[in-house]
Design a protein around this ligand. Structure first.
Ligand SMILES: Cc1cc2nc3c(=O)[nH]c(=O)nc-3n(C[C@H](O)[C@H](O)[C@H](O)COP(=O)(O)OP(=O)(O)OC[C@H]3O[C@@H](n4cnc5c(N)ncnc54)[C@H](O)[C@@H]3O)c2cc1C
Length: 230
């Protein structure tokens, strides 16, 4: 696998256990909003038995002018995450592969519903930022971003985006019943006129995929980003 070399330029604590790592965009690297890729340390070694590479979504849009991933580091974590938490610092080298994936908003639908759980918000940040930068105000996007603990990443940015984008209807939800009933209501109102993007753990994604299909949403209208590993 070929890797580009980059450098950490900023580390931002987003919630009590979620961190964003911003990097320079390596020359020749391109991506589209919503894609993911492989990341590896240049200056640190994971413990024996741990995997040296992780897949993270690219959480920044190309227009942001920097490369970024955001990850959750729980109390018990792997040595890869321990390096991110305790050793990685501004100036450190990172290796990043060419991003891939087709998770995106499709303009052929009138509108899109994003169902994001926890760290699943990372590709959504990229997609929404791209829409903002390209002044895409004709496509309506509703985002239900749920976190059981009520801790949300990117809140300041999202508040600014809500002000700037009349076509963005973004809800932060910390109650699971509210999360599912909002989805039910949206489907009832929009059925197959909308596309549905689901981003979260495989368990959450399977649950919502089955729910949407049960409510009559066509498989073609459902796009899923599976965060294997959570
Ligand atoms: C397409 C795609 C996109 C993705 N995008 C992202 C993204 O943007 N951000 C992101 O964070 N992840 C993303 N992931 C998931 C990511 O690749 C990792 O699988 C995930 O972050 C878990 O990382 P980890 O293996 O280092 O485990 P950790 O995060 O360290 O741990 C995972 C779970 O195992 C538990 N655990 C770990 N070690 C121990 C231990 N020693 N004792 C007890 N419990 C333990 C943790 O508490 C946690 O609940 C994506 C995956 C895919 C496939």
């Amino acid at each position: 696998m070929e890797f580009f070399e980059t450098k950490i330029i900023d580390i931002v604590k987003e919630t009590s256990d979620t961190y964003s790592f911003k990097m320079e965009i390596p020359e020749g690297m391109t991506w589209t909003a919503g894609q993911h890729t492989f990341w590896k340390f240049k200056d640190h070694q994971v413990e024996e038995g741990d995997r040296p590479i992780r897949i993270f979504s690219v959480a920044s849009a190309p227009e942001d002018g920097f490369l970024m991933f955001t990850t959750r580091i729980a109390e018990f974590h792997t040595s890869f995450k321990d390096i991110l938490l305790k050793k990685a610092k501004v100036g450190d080298g990172m290796l990043v592969a060419q991003p891939k994936g087709t998770f995106a908003i499709h303009k052929e639908y009138d509108k899109s519903l994003v169902i994001a759980g926890g760290i699943g918000i990372t590709p959504i940040r990229s997609i929404l930022r791209h829409m903002q930068f390209t002044n895409d105000i004709n496509h309506t996007v509703t985002v239900f971003y749920s976190d059981d603990r009520g801790e949300f990443a990117y809140t300041e940015l999202f508040n600014d985006m809500k002000e700037a984008m009349p076509n963005l209807d973004l809800h932060l939800i910390s109650n699971r019943d509210e999360f599912t009933s909002k989805v039910d209501k949206y489907v009832e109102d929009n059925k197959n006129e909308a596309e549905y993007l689901i981003a979260g753990s495989p368990g959450m994604n399977n649950m919502f995929e089955a729910k949407l299909k049960g409510l009559g949403v066509s498989e073609d209208n459902i796009k899923i980003d599976n965060f294997m590993g959570y």
